[in-house]
Design a protein around this ligand. Structure first.
Ligand SMILES: *Cc1c(COP(=O)(O)O)cnc(C)c1O
Length: 367
């Protein structure tokens, strides 16, 4: 079997590093035998899903013997209305992760290059590696995308540039001014992917969505998701906004029923729950202010965030901090996977969760 796999599998797969996911609550329960656990590791919404979405899913449950609509008709219509974007320019995916893979399958050949920031979301490199493309990682400058250096890294093999805005794991944004300049200067035959998974959390008035650059001279896809502020991570729905011609190209590689029935119905209903969205935005802002204050009291450096997580320097080995917080029933993410061995990334939780995290952090840092 081993010789068979080594001889016959595509060599690209041996270059893949497995995705490091946030530790699931049930796994921690099994491993540590503790019951009272909070997860601040995957930037999920601490207030749960929209009750309107849950109700809509419950109502459709008895229909799951039917295949879902392969065209996502109702959901597309709702997203088009929400985003004021042409329905024909929409891509709906089993999470925006799937759309990242679909884009790679559509555009990337072996030997192509993509450009990303470092640190950033690991999926860009993952999908490029599957296709045999090379990832050129440009170090962030003060935790922000260094757009000038990213532009300078463009060569004849460059096919896609990924801009994670706000960036995961740093929470930083690229400003409208910087983006205007960048988009005006790069060659028109490069595809720019804006990953806006945290779009709804942004407060800065210097922010602009990548949708501004769709239909100009550049080739652009903007990705959003129902996994973060909409609280539907378990359903797996994300969407892309782009030019209809690009959407049609990507549609060629989509599996016919990639978005399941419950996901289509739940996401559509969630769009209507403006109250849930606004409450989540407000609570996130309050949680951010609370955590900033507590970090200041503890004398800890953090990166100012425009998302629902904070990248924080603990000045200690992050694996140690992780293990000790875990014993207290608090799951966070370590910064070492992003190249920052003393940093952790913590999701902004509910008020209660934030307080428990701070208490736990104090215990761990004082030990
Ligand atoms: C969480 C996250 C995603 C994944 O979203 P799904 O829609 O759940 O696949 C994409 N991009 C970034 C930057 C994320 O943090």
């Amino acid at each position: 079997m081993d010789t068979f796999v080594k001889a016959k599998a595509r060599p690209e797969i041996f270059n893949l590093k497995p995705y490091v996911a946030g530790k699931p609550i049930e796994e921690v329960k099994r491993e540590l035998g503790i019951d009272d656990i909070i997860k601040l590791a995957s930037n999920e919404n601490p207030f749960g899903p929209s009750p309107i979405a849950v109700e809509a899913i419950q109502e459709i449950l008895n229909n799951i013997h039917f295949y879902p609509d392969s065209n996502n008709f109702d959901l597309k219509r709702a997203i088009a209305k929400l985003t004021k974007h042409d329905e024909k320019g929409l891509i709906i995916g089993n999470g925006s992760d799937e759309i990242l893979k679909l884009i790679a399958e559509t555009f990337l050949n072996s030997g192509d290059e993509i450009i990303t920031a470092n640190p950033t979301f690991s999926e860009y490199e993952f999908v490029a590696t599957i296709m045999g493309a090379k990832t050129v990682k440009i170090p962030a400058n003060k935790f922000k995308h260094d757009l000038q250096a990213m532009k300078a890294a463009i060569n004849e093999r460059t096919k896609i540039i990924y801009i994670c805005n706000p960036n995961n794991p740093t929470g930083t944004i690229v400003t409208e001014n910087d983006l205007d300049k960048f988009m005006g200067e790069i060659p028109a035959d490069i595809l720019v992917i804006f990953d806006e998974a945290y779009y709804e959390y942004v407060n800065s008035n210097q922010y602009v969505s990548g949708t501004k650059y769709i239909n100009l001279k550049n080739n652009v896809i903007v990705l959003r998701t129902f996994s973060k502020i909409y609280g539907l991570a378990g359903l797996r729905v994300g969407y892309g906004l782009t030019d209809p011609i690009i959407a049609a190209a990507v549609a060629r590689v989509i599996e016919p029923f990639n978005v399941n029935l419950l996901a289509q119905v739940g996401a559509k209903a969630a769009i209507d729950d403006v109250e849930h969205l606004e409450k989540s935005q407000k609570m996130n802002l309050a949680g951010k202010e609370f955590l900033y204050q507590e970090f200041k009291k503890l004398g800890l450096d953090y990166v100012e965030t425009e998302a629902n997580f904070i990248f924080l320097n603990t000045n200690k080995d992050c694996q140690e901090v992780f293990a000790k917080l875990l014993k207290l029933g608090i799951i966070i993410r370590t910064g070492d996977i992003f190249g920052y061995p003393t940093y952790i990334r913590v999701t902004i939780g509910s008020l209660e969760e934030n307080k428990r995290f701070i208490t736990g952090l104090k215990t761990v840092l004082e030990a």
